[in-house]
Design a protein around this ligand. Structure first.
Ligand code: GDP
Ligand code: IMO
Ligand code: MG
Length: 418
């Protein structure tokens, strides 16, 4: 019986999970997504060629790795089919849970309408329909991939759902799908996806029993978790490691090493509290050096300094065994690098994440910068100041930093002790 290795984002998403999943997929047989939808955008660069993945697990770029999309995911058939086109046949390499919920175009319309109505209180969602698809799931009015096997029945159920909610949808400006068009779409989805739809829970149990090497790929980040993030400025799924069990049908005992992914600084896209945000020159420079523009929506990401308080919280909540510190090269050339080491909250210094992160003021320590780390592949070659920065972060967050990434390229990755 093998244990599944888990990768989770420790900040507000976009930490560089895709690069590390791809790196680790080279030594794993299966890569499995357990939460989120096509709000995720995972960029992988191999020999200068860039791939953007949203729903297909980042193991797909390794020809020997098989890919599972678990029941915890909300899957847009339209977007999934589009994403599949970049790859050759995926038969035998891709398995989609029959219990994953279907995200349809009206979910995106509802998402966008609600955001518009919220005005300056908007969450800044990706507008992809993630919240409404999970809301339907929890309200027990959603539909699962298994239902694609019977398009007529599904089209009828969706039509009835629109009849019941007609007044609400009309007020929001959400169009009622035309029955014939809907049915034609569902038939098309069935044709493209049915070969991949199966009971992935049984499959997970089988592959773990067969001692296969299994990697679980988190999406989003800890601070976007529906329970543990900066609610309501969060996504609608459980992004922390606990979500991997529910989202794939495995038990906590099936989990092996947990690798947490964090940038050497911090970013956030969308609205909501971000204590260590830098709204000045340093933030602009991080955005420019780090190409901090969203993979999914192209929006500029808000940038700031590494937040060691939020990171300690994330390390504990996810049971992180080791951290991969990404984008160290983006800090190259900074004279001074700040780290948020505590918060001031109600006139006191605190070292934990309180109920409302909006109310805190960051307390910084300053570190000396270095010239260049770009493309370095061994720890010994790193500048002493960069080594000192890494050692200081390790001491603050309570987990070893065992992987350090120095460029988007697959090979520019330091694995300590290897
Ligand atoms: P994910 O959502 O966590 O998979 O991360 P994204 O792919 O959305 O964002 C991370 C971005 O940083 C991508 O464009 C990566 O190619 C890039 N990236 C990853 N690691 C490094 C690194 O070490 N240095 C630099 N400069 N870029 C990196
Ligand atoms: P990856 O997997 C960064 C953010 C959105 C918004 C909030 C809610 O690439 O790290 P949603 O559309 O999910 O309802 O939006 O969550 N968000 C992400 N931010 N990376 C992501 O995924 C994200 N997925 C959602 O910007 O603030
Ligand atoms: Mg991303």
């Amino acid at each position: 019986m093998s244990k599944a290795d888990l990768i989770v984002g420790l900040q507000w998403g976009d930490e560089g999970k895709g690069k590390i999943v791809d790196h680790m997929a080279q030594t794993h047989d299966y890569v499995c997504r357990f939460a989120g939808g096509h709000n995720a955008g995972h960029t992988i660069v191999i020999d200068g060629k860039e791939y953007a993945l949203h729903l297909i697990p980042s193991g797909v770029l390794n020809p020997d790795a098989k890919n599972i999309v678990g029941n915890g995911v909300v899957l847009s058939p339209e977007d999934f089919i589009e994403e599949m086109k970049q790859f050759g046949t995926l038969e035998g390499r891709l398995f989609l849970s029959d219990k994953a919920h279907i995200l349809l175009p009206y979910h995106a319309q509802i998402d966008q309408a609600k955001e518009r109505l919220k005005g300056d209180k908007a969450i800044g969602t990706t507008g992809k329909g993630i919240g409404p698809a999970y809301a339907d799931k929890i309200a027990r009015v959603g539909h699962r991939l298994g239902e694609l096997r019977h398009p007529e029945k599904l089209a009828t159920k969706i039509t009835e759902y629109f009849e019941i909610n007609a007044a609400i949808f009309e007020a929001m400006g959400v169009e009622t799908p035309d029955y014939e068009t809907l049915l034609a779409d569902l038939r098309r989805y069935k044709e493209a996806l049915e070969p991949f739809i199966c009971d992935t829970t049984q499959l997970m149990w089988e592959i773990l029993s067969d001692d296969k090497k299994v990697l679980l790929e988190g999406a989003q980040g800890t601070m976007l978790d529906i329970d543990h993030g900066t609610y309501p400025y969060v996504t609608s799924s459980t992004t922390v490691s606990a979500g991997a069990c529910a989202g794939l049908g495995i038990s906590p005992k099936d989990i092996g090493t947990v690798t947490g992914i964090a940038k050497a600084y911090c970013t956030r896209v969308g609205n909501g509290p971000f204590p260590s945000e830098d709204l000045g020159e340093a933030g602009d420079r991080l955005r420019k050096n780090g190409h901090e523009f969203g993979t999914t929506t192209g929006r500029p990401r808000r940038c700031g300094w590494f937040d060691a308080v939020a990171m300690r919280h994330a390390v504990r909540i996810n049971g992180v065994d080791r951290v991969a510190l990404m984008k160290l090269d983006v800090l190259d050339g900074f004279e001074e690098i700040k780290v948020c080491v505590a918060y001031e909250f109600e006139g006191k210094r605190i070292d934990y994440v309180p109920y409302d992160l909006e109310e805190v003021t960051p307390i910084y320590e300053t570190y000396e910068g270095w010239r260049s780390t770009k493309g370095i592949r061994t720890f010994d070659e790193l500048p002493e100041k960069a080594k000192h920065y890494i050692a200081s972060l390790e001491a603050m967050i309570g987990a070893p930093i065992e992987i350090i990434s120095t460029s988007p390229e697959r090979e520019d990755t330091i694995v300590r002790g290897s």
